[in-house]
Write a protein that binds this ligand. Structure first.
Ligand code: ADP
Ligand code: MG
Length: 263
Protein backbone atom coordinates (compact mmCIF):
# COMPACT_ATOMS: atom_id res chain seq x y z
CA UNK A 1 0.00 0.00 0.00
CA UNK A 2 1.48 3.32 -1.06
CA UNK A 3 1.45 5.99 1.60
CA UNK A 4 1.49 9.67 0.84
CA UNK A 5 1.58 10.60 4.47
CA UNK A 6 5.13 11.87 4.37
CA UNK A 7 3.78 14.90 2.51
CA UNK A 8 1.84 17.35 4.61
CA UNK A 9 -1.52 18.63 3.47
CA UNK A 10 -1.94 22.13 4.80
CA UNK A 11 -5.13 23.49 3.28
CA UNK A 12 -5.45 26.49 5.53
CA UNK A 13 -4.97 27.47 9.12
CA UNK A 14 -8.71 28.14 9.42
CA UNK A 15 -9.70 24.87 7.80
CA UNK A 16 -7.68 22.64 10.05
CA UNK A 17 -8.95 23.10 13.51
CA UNK A 18 -8.41 20.86 16.46
CA UNK A 19 -11.31 18.52 17.03
CA UNK A 20 -13.74 20.24 19.34
CA UNK A 21 -17.32 20.22 20.48
CA UNK A 22 -18.14 23.17 18.29
CA UNK A 23 -20.70 22.11 15.67
CA UNK A 24 -19.58 22.90 12.13
CA UNK A 25 -22.44 21.37 10.16
CA UNK A 26 -25.91 21.02 11.63
CA UNK A 27 -28.99 19.58 9.97
CA UNK A 28 -32.23 20.06 11.88
CA UNK A 29 -35.41 18.28 10.84
CA UNK A 30 -34.40 18.24 7.18
CA UNK A 31 -37.03 16.85 4.82
CA UNK A 32 -36.91 16.54 1.08
CA UNK A 33 -39.10 14.97 -1.60
CA UNK A 34 -38.50 14.20 -5.24
CA UNK A 35 -42.13 14.23 -6.36
CA UNK A 36 -43.81 11.43 -4.40
CA UNK A 37 -40.50 10.05 -3.14
CA UNK A 38 -39.72 11.12 0.43
CA UNK A 39 -35.95 11.00 -0.04
CA UNK A 40 -34.82 12.62 3.24
CA UNK A 41 -36.99 12.06 6.34
CA UNK A 42 -36.45 14.27 9.35
CA UNK A 43 -32.66 14.19 9.21
CA UNK A 44 -30.99 15.49 12.37
CA UNK A 45 -27.22 15.48 12.25
CA UNK A 46 -24.43 17.46 13.86
CA UNK A 47 -20.84 17.26 12.65
CA UNK A 48 -18.28 18.79 14.96
CA UNK A 49 -15.14 20.66 13.90
CA UNK A 50 -12.44 18.17 12.96
CA UNK A 51 -14.83 15.22 12.98
CA UNK A 52 -14.75 12.55 10.26
CA UNK A 53 -18.26 11.26 9.62
CA UNK A 54 -18.74 8.26 7.36
CA UNK A 55 -22.19 7.71 5.86
CA UNK A 56 -23.08 4.15 4.91
CA UNK A 57 -26.24 2.71 3.45
CA UNK A 58 -27.75 0.81 0.57
CA UNK A 59 -28.04 2.31 -2.90
CA UNK A 60 -30.97 4.71 -3.12
CA UNK A 61 -31.08 5.45 0.62
CA UNK A 62 -30.48 9.19 0.10
CA UNK A 63 -26.75 9.50 0.85
CA UNK A 64 -25.90 11.54 -2.24
CA UNK A 65 -28.98 13.70 -1.83
CA UNK A 66 -27.96 14.42 1.77
CA UNK A 67 -24.49 15.51 0.63
CA UNK A 68 -25.93 17.66 -2.11
CA UNK A 69 -28.29 19.46 0.28
CA UNK A 70 -25.35 20.43 2.49
CA UNK A 71 -24.03 22.76 -0.17
CA UNK A 72 -27.46 23.48 -1.66
CA UNK A 73 -26.87 21.70 -4.91
CA UNK A 74 -30.33 20.42 -3.90
CA UNK A 75 -32.90 22.57 -2.12
CA UNK A 76 -34.71 21.13 0.90
CA UNK A 77 -38.44 21.22 1.58
CA UNK A 78 -38.22 22.00 5.27
CA UNK A 79 -35.77 22.08 8.14
CA UNK A 80 -32.53 23.96 8.60
CA UNK A 81 -28.92 23.51 7.54
CA UNK A 82 -26.38 25.53 9.51
CA UNK A 83 -22.70 25.76 8.54
CA UNK A 84 -20.33 27.18 11.15
CA UNK A 85 -23.19 28.99 12.87
CA UNK A 86 -24.60 30.50 9.69
CA UNK A 87 -27.88 29.22 8.18
CA UNK A 88 -27.46 28.24 4.55
CA UNK A 89 -28.56 31.18 2.43
CA UNK A 90 -31.19 30.56 -0.23
CA UNK A 91 -29.47 32.18 -3.17
CA UNK A 92 -27.20 34.93 -4.35
CA UNK A 93 -23.70 35.93 -3.42
CA UNK A 94 -23.66 34.32 0.00
CA UNK A 95 -24.41 30.99 -1.56
CA UNK A 96 -21.33 31.30 -3.74
CA UNK A 97 -19.30 32.03 -0.64
CA UNK A 98 -20.87 29.17 1.23
CA UNK A 99 -20.27 26.68 -1.54
CA UNK A 100 -16.65 27.72 -1.43
CA UNK A 101 -16.63 26.84 2.27
CA UNK A 102 -18.03 23.38 1.59
CA UNK A 103 -15.69 21.42 -0.68
CA UNK A 104 -17.11 18.47 -2.56
CA UNK A 105 -15.49 15.55 -4.33
CA UNK A 106 -17.71 13.29 -6.42
CA UNK A 107 -17.46 9.79 -7.76
CA UNK A 108 -16.66 11.12 -11.24
CA UNK A 109 -13.64 13.31 -11.26
CA UNK A 110 -15.29 16.41 -12.77
CA UNK A 111 -12.05 18.09 -13.76
CA UNK A 112 -12.30 20.70 -16.50
CA UNK A 113 -11.18 18.62 -19.48
CA UNK A 114 -9.80 21.50 -21.51
CA UNK A 115 -7.71 23.03 -18.76
CA UNK A 116 -4.34 21.87 -17.49
CA UNK A 117 -4.06 20.30 -14.05
CA UNK A 118 -2.61 23.45 -12.50
CA UNK A 119 -5.26 25.63 -14.17
CA UNK A 120 -7.97 23.34 -12.77
CA UNK A 121 -6.69 24.14 -9.29
CA UNK A 122 -6.10 27.89 -9.77
CA UNK A 123 -9.37 28.71 -11.58
CA UNK A 124 -11.73 29.14 -8.61
CA UNK A 125 -9.20 30.84 -6.29
CA UNK A 126 -8.50 33.40 -9.02
CA UNK A 127 -12.15 33.99 -9.89
CA UNK A 128 -13.84 33.73 -6.50
CA UNK A 129 -11.03 34.61 -4.10
CA UNK A 130 -9.45 37.12 -6.53
CA UNK A 131 -5.97 35.73 -6.01
CA UNK A 132 -3.16 36.82 -8.31
CA UNK A 133 -1.99 34.25 -10.85
CA UNK A 134 1.36 33.98 -9.07
CA UNK A 135 -0.14 33.38 -5.64
CA UNK A 136 -2.78 30.98 -6.93
CA UNK A 137 -0.16 29.02 -8.86
CA UNK A 138 2.17 28.81 -5.89
CA UNK A 139 -0.62 27.50 -3.69
CA UNK A 140 -1.82 25.09 -6.39
CA UNK A 141 1.67 23.63 -6.70
CA UNK A 142 1.89 23.19 -2.94
CA UNK A 143 -1.50 21.44 -2.88
CA UNK A 144 -0.65 19.27 -5.88
CA UNK A 145 2.57 18.26 -4.12
CA UNK A 146 0.62 17.42 -0.98
CA UNK A 147 -1.54 14.93 -2.91
CA UNK A 148 1.48 13.56 -4.80
CA UNK A 149 0.83 14.89 -8.32
CA UNK A 150 2.97 18.03 -8.59
CA UNK A 151 4.86 16.47 -11.50
CA UNK A 152 1.59 16.27 -13.48
CA UNK A 153 0.79 20.00 -13.21
CA UNK A 154 1.28 20.89 -16.87
CA UNK A 155 -0.67 17.92 -18.25
CA UNK A 156 -4.31 17.73 -19.28
CA UNK A 157 -6.76 15.67 -17.17
CA UNK A 158 -7.12 12.90 -19.77
CA UNK A 159 -3.38 12.22 -19.51
CA UNK A 160 -3.71 11.25 -15.84
CA UNK A 161 -4.93 8.01 -14.29
CA UNK A 162 -8.25 8.00 -12.47
CA UNK A 163 -6.52 7.94 -9.11
CA UNK A 164 -4.35 10.92 -10.05
CA UNK A 165 -7.38 12.83 -11.36
CA UNK A 166 -9.28 12.23 -8.13
CA UNK A 167 -6.31 13.47 -6.10
CA UNK A 168 -6.28 16.61 -8.29
CA UNK A 169 -10.01 17.00 -7.59
CA UNK A 170 -9.24 16.94 -3.86
CA UNK A 171 -6.46 19.51 -4.29
CA UNK A 172 -8.81 21.69 -6.33
CA UNK A 173 -11.40 21.65 -3.53
CA UNK A 174 -8.76 22.39 -0.89
CA UNK A 175 -7.63 25.45 -2.87
CA UNK A 176 -10.86 27.16 -1.82
CA UNK A 177 -9.95 26.66 1.86
CA UNK A 178 -13.16 24.81 2.68
CA UNK A 179 -14.30 24.44 6.27
CA UNK A 180 -15.70 21.00 5.55
CA UNK A 181 -15.06 18.49 2.78
CA UNK A 182 -17.81 16.26 1.42
CA UNK A 183 -16.80 13.09 -0.40
CA UNK A 184 -19.50 11.16 -2.28
CA UNK A 185 -18.13 7.71 -3.11
CA UNK A 186 -14.81 9.19 -4.24
CA UNK A 187 -13.25 5.81 -5.04
CA UNK A 188 -16.22 4.02 -6.60
CA UNK A 189 -15.23 4.81 -10.18
CA UNK A 190 -11.57 3.87 -9.70
CA UNK A 191 -9.73 0.75 -10.74
CA UNK A 192 -8.99 -1.28 -7.60
CA UNK A 193 -5.26 -0.59 -7.61
CA UNK A 194 -5.91 3.18 -7.44
CA UNK A 195 -8.31 3.17 -4.51
CA UNK A 196 -5.69 3.23 -1.77
CA UNK A 197 -3.79 6.21 -3.18
CA UNK A 198 -6.97 8.30 -2.90
CA UNK A 199 -7.96 6.91 0.51
CA UNK A 200 -4.44 7.64 1.78
CA UNK A 201 -4.85 11.30 0.86
CA UNK A 202 -8.19 11.34 2.67
CA UNK A 203 -6.68 9.72 5.76
CA UNK A 204 -3.92 12.35 5.73
CA UNK A 205 -6.52 15.09 5.46
CA UNK A 206 -8.38 13.61 8.43
CA UNK A 207 -5.16 13.54 10.43
CA UNK A 208 -4.64 17.23 9.60
CA UNK A 209 -7.93 17.94 11.35
CA UNK A 210 -10.16 18.58 8.36
CA UNK A 211 -13.87 18.16 9.04
CA UNK A 212 -15.06 15.50 6.60
CA UNK A 213 -18.33 13.87 5.59
CA UNK A 214 -17.59 10.77 3.54
CA UNK A 215 -20.02 8.50 1.72
CA UNK A 216 -18.14 5.32 0.94
CA UNK A 217 -18.36 1.56 0.67
CA UNK A 218 -14.73 1.24 1.80
CA UNK A 219 -15.24 -0.35 5.20
CA UNK A 220 -11.49 -0.34 5.92
CA UNK A 221 -11.50 3.44 5.60
CA UNK A 222 -14.62 3.70 7.78
CA UNK A 223 -13.01 1.63 10.52
CA UNK A 224 -9.66 3.40 10.31
CA UNK A 225 -10.62 7.02 9.77
CA UNK A 226 -14.18 7.58 10.96
CA UNK A 227 -14.95 9.16 14.30
CA UNK A 228 -18.58 8.26 13.76
CA UNK A 229 -20.52 6.10 11.32
CA UNK A 230 -24.05 7.00 10.26
CA UNK A 231 -26.16 4.32 8.61
CA UNK A 232 -28.98 5.47 6.33
CA UNK A 233 -31.87 3.52 4.85
CA UNK A 234 -34.98 4.82 3.08
CA UNK A 235 -34.03 8.44 3.68
CA UNK A 236 -33.64 8.04 7.44
CA UNK A 237 -30.73 7.79 9.82
CA UNK A 238 -31.34 4.32 11.18
CA UNK A 239 -28.29 3.80 13.35
CA UNK A 240 -25.09 5.64 14.29
CA UNK A 241 -22.08 5.16 16.51
CA UNK A 242 -18.34 4.86 16.63
CA UNK A 243 -16.89 2.41 14.07
CA UNK A 244 -16.53 -0.30 16.71
CA UNK A 245 -20.04 0.27 18.03
CA UNK A 246 -21.45 0.15 14.53
CA UNK A 247 -19.45 -2.73 13.06
CA UNK A 248 -19.04 -4.93 16.14
CA UNK A 249 -22.28 -4.22 18.01
CA UNK A 250 -24.77 -3.54 15.23
CA UNK A 251 -28.22 -3.08 16.72
CA UNK A 252 -30.76 -2.66 13.90
CA UNK A 253 -31.87 -5.37 11.49
CA UNK A 254 -31.47 -2.98 8.53
CA UNK A 255 -27.81 -2.36 9.33
CA UNK A 256 -27.15 -6.06 10.04
CA UNK A 257 -28.67 -6.97 6.68
CA UNK A 258 -26.57 -4.30 4.92
CA UNK A 259 -23.33 -5.41 6.57
CA UNK A 260 -24.17 -9.04 5.84
CA UNK A 261 -24.24 -8.22 2.13
CA UNK A 262 -21.06 -6.19 1.93
CA UNK A 263 -18.68 -7.71 4.48
P1 ADP B 1 -27.78 7.04 -2.64
O1 ADP B 1 -26.71 8.06 -2.88
O2 ADP B 1 -27.90 6.60 -1.22
O3 ADP B 1 -27.66 5.87 -3.57
P2 ADP B 1 -29.53 9.06 -3.77
O4 ADP B 1 -29.52 10.20 -2.82
O5 ADP B 1 -28.73 9.17 -5.00
O6 ADP B 1 -29.20 7.72 -2.96
O7 ADP B 1 -31.02 8.76 -4.20
C1 ADP B 1 -32.07 8.54 -3.28
C2 ADP B 1 -33.35 8.33 -4.04
O8 ADP B 1 -33.71 9.54 -4.69
C3 ADP B 1 -33.26 7.28 -5.13
O9 ADP B 1 -34.48 6.58 -5.18
C4 ADP B 1 -33.06 8.09 -6.38
O10 ADP B 1 -33.57 7.42 -7.51
C5 ADP B 1 -33.84 9.35 -6.09
N1 ADP B 1 -33.30 10.54 -6.75
C6 ADP B 1 -32.05 11.01 -6.64
N2 ADP B 1 -31.91 12.15 -7.34
C7 ADP B 1 -33.11 12.40 -7.92
C8 ADP B 1 -33.61 13.43 -8.76
N3 ADP B 1 -32.84 14.46 -9.15
N4 ADP B 1 -34.90 13.36 -9.17
C9 ADP B 1 -35.69 12.34 -8.76
N5 ADP B 1 -35.29 11.34 -7.95
C10 ADP B 1 -34.01 11.36 -7.54
MG1 MG C 1 -25.06 8.05 -4.11
Amino acid sequence: VSRISNTVIEPDADAVCARSDAPLVELRHVDKHFGDLHVLRDINLTVRKGEVLVILGPSGSGKSTLCRTINRLEPIDSGEIIIDGQPLPEEGKDLTRLRAEVGMVFQSFNLFAHKSIVDNVTLAPRKVRHMSKEDATAEAMRLLASVGVADQAAKMPAQLSGGQQQRVAIARSLAMHPKVMLFDEPTSALDPEMISEVLDVMVDLAHQGMTMIVVTHEMGFARQAADRVVFMADGQIVEQGTPSEFFDHTTTDRAKEFLGKIL
